[in-house]
Design a protein around this ligand. Sequence first.
Ligand code: COI
Length: 356
Amino acid sequence: MLNIRIEPIAQKKPKPDQNKLGFGNYFTDHMFMMNYTEGKGWYDPRIVPYGDIALPPAAMVFHYAQEMFEGLKAYYTADGTVQLFRPQKNIERMNNTNERMCIPQLDPDDVLQAIKAIVDYDKDWIPTADGTSLYIRPFIIATDEHLGVHIAKNYIFAIILSPVGSYYPTGINPVKIYIETEFVRAVKGGTGYAKVGGNYAASLKGQEKAEKLGYAQVLWLDGIHRKYIDEVGAMNVFFVIDGEVVTPALDEGNILPGVTRDSCLALLRSWGIKVTERKVSIDELVQAYDAGKLDEAFGTGTAAVISPIGELNDDGKIMTLSGGKIGPISQRLYDTLTGIQWGKKEDTFGWTVKVN
Ligand code: COI
């Protein structure tokens, strides 16, 4: 159990217009912080005003990227309570990432307490407009002032909060995705399954290319065969092929084990829809498209929720899906998932956790 001290902000900031939030543009009045030093463990848990973190220029995170982050959301429900969606899954993934990045483990109960405490403290920032939520971004950085490539002995764990609308400016409307064949995001044995900034830095070159061509994001292929589908930049990906839902399996360690991905698998199975986690090759997709059997495609993620894919570009071959509209499975998943998250639908899975 953490003993969290509180240092309130002197003057609260004005709140942004809830209908123009976008994603990750605004930050609340406070943040949670805690330090770690080898031999001492995690210490000084505190809620302090949101503001700059002063670090020496030689702080290791700036040079060797020993860091990690997470992403989850808090929702205002119809009955005025605030709830989180499956926070334990994020916390579990957080410690898996820490293990890969040689960052010290956190006590899962302490992390949940910290998340609840900061969300509750800044709850006046949780937006209530349709389709909005409070995005929670926990992260850890290595802070040793040192230039040798070693595991750090000092870290900061922080949680910042951002009131958000939809991740894509198009909202729930389908996005156009570019299949990347030149650059890769992750390889077997790398950090693909971990939530680390380096994976996203490695994705920027492909993302830049895709955006110049008018695409929202990149669909990444595996780094070895350049053949099997991994994931989209900020989302896991699902395809509906001839009535069967398929999504790339996690076993190669290249893919982020998404909480939304896992929830979609559970929902689809509970509806009796056939869903398989397996390798999906780009050739299989193209063949299914040519045979008129690629019924739907969608991305899943905390930030993106369910994002239908309206177009795939495979080296100039344009595949238009569901007539460029949201398909029935994507729509049902979106409605059910967001219904549970906003407390409008019964949570039969026990996924939601009250903050207050
Ligand atoms: C999320 O969905 O929470 C993510 O972290 C994706 C992204 C915004 C990098």
